[in-house]
Design a binder for this molecule. Structure first.
Ligand SMILES: Cc1cc2nc3c(=O)[nH]c(=O)nc-3n(C[C@H](O)[C@H](O)[C@H](O)COP(=O)(O)OP(=O)(O)OC[C@H]3O[C@@H](n4cnc5c(N)ncnc54)[C@H](O)[C@@H]3O)c2cc1C
Length: 345
């Protein structure tokens, strides 16, 4: 059997590595920054039959319990231009780049498209996982391709945007290809021509001008986010805890009779998207908690964990909120972060 690589540590505390500050331990933990070291660790992990958890910035994870296996972080932080094609600039960023740093770097270089996605926590490598999005822009509109390593073989491959099967907070990495790949780099098609996306009212209304500069868009997105969302460094959370539910238009019509002020947005044919925050608020959970965890008082969609409670306590509140929303509105809420560990990993 292969010797344990020197970068693999034993018994590592995961609480500082997840933004919900859930108390949990990893049996083994490794941080690597190139594909050669990654293959060595993966070979050892397979031979030792350890279950594997890929970790980025830990901002979209609920650790149900300790991780009895290997937690692996891939930290390539290189950013480079791979091609220029007219106004288009193809930028390749390593999985370990902090997402917000990439947004700032690209804007400073005059490569545009990422401005609305400023201040989303986490790493570049995890961004395709749930097709991150904010203020009218989703990652999928900018992805050219992904570099991946197949976990079972260590083989490198490239996936096109189409192969990623992106959807709302969804991708093939959550469905058919769950647990199959580690994303090592993301190549984005950006533009040297700035064409702001201003169709999101909360952003448009807060901008200082109708023709904002890229920096004004970034600054405004940052300010709006900071006014609405708690900073995980001060109040541990994982951002939106539930997806906005997509339901039938028939159900929306029935609900509107009872709740005429209920926000609803067009989705696929015959369906509409509801605002999970509104449903949770109206179910009476904004600012309310269960044990040591609570739904945030300014943004009902954000579950907060001020005293580092464990995953079971976090999920007990989530279950209760979802049950109440289902009982009151007949709408099923789905948890947005990935729930892992505690015997289910
Ligand atoms: C305050 C706050 C605000 C947020 N706002 C938004 C928002 O506006 N829009 C939005 O879309 N999201 C938002 N999020 C969620 C989160 O920021 C994103 O999902 C982000 O992409 C997670 O990145 P991460 O590196 O922290 O991933 P992690 O939490 O570490 O991992 C998330 C998932 O990706 C997997 N993963 C991690 N790295 C890799 C890799 N290299 N290859 C393959 N799989 C990998 C993990 O195994 C896990 O399943 C918010 C979170 C917080 C805390």
């Amino acid at each position: 059997m292969a010797k344990r690589p020197t970068c693999v540590k034993v018994g590592v505390d995961l609480q500082p590595l997840n933004t919900l500050a859930i108390a949990a331990q990893a049996d083994y933990f490794a941080r690597v920054s190139n594909v050669e070291d990654l293959r060595e660790v993966l070979l050892w992990q397979r031979e030792a039959s350890l279950s594997l958890l890929l970790l980025g910035g830990g901002s979209n994870l609920v650790l149900r319990g300790d991780w009895h296996g290997l937690v692996l972080q891939f930290r390539d932080t290189a950013v480079s231009v791979v091609e220029r094609d007219g106004d288009d600039v193809l930028v390749r960023a390593g999985a370990g780049v902090v997402w917000h740093d990439l947004v700032l770097h690209c804007s400073a270089q005059g490569w545009h498209g990422l401005e609305n996605l400023a201040l989303i926590p986490g790493s570049v490598g995890a961004a395709p996982m749930q097709n991150i999005g904010a203020y009218g822009v989703e990652l999928e509109s900018l992805v050219e391709s992904l570099d991946v390593v197949e976990l079972s073989s260590g083989k490198a491959a490239q996936l096109s945007r189409e192969q990623c099967q992106f959807g709302y907070r969804d991708s093939i990495f959550k469905t058919q290809a769950a647990g199959k790949y580690l994303i090592t780099a993301v190549t984005l098609r950006l533009s040297s021509y700035f064409c702001p996306v201003l169709n999101y009212p909360a952003l448009r209304d807060a901008l200082p001008s109708e023709n904002p500069s890229p920096q004004q868009v970034i600054d405004t997105v940052v300010a709006v986010r900071q006014s609405k969302l708690p900073d995980p460094a001060e109040l541990p959370n994982a951002g939106s805890f539930f997806k906005n539910p997509v339901v039938s238009s028939a159900l929306v019509d029935r609900l509107l009779e009872q709740y005429p002020d209920m926000p609803h947005y067009p989705a696929a044919a015959g369906q509409q998207k509801l605002a999970a925050a509104w449903l949770i608020d109206r179910a009476g959970w904004r600012g309310k908690g269960l044990g040591p965890v609570a739904m945030h008082d300014k943004q009902a969609l954000v579950l907060t964990n001020p005293s580092g409670a464990n995953g079971a306590q976090v999920l007990a509140l989530a279950d209760k909120v979802a049950q109440d929303v289902a009982a009151r509105f007949g709408v099923a809420l789905e948890i947005e972060p990935q729930c892992v560990g505690g015997g289910h990993g």
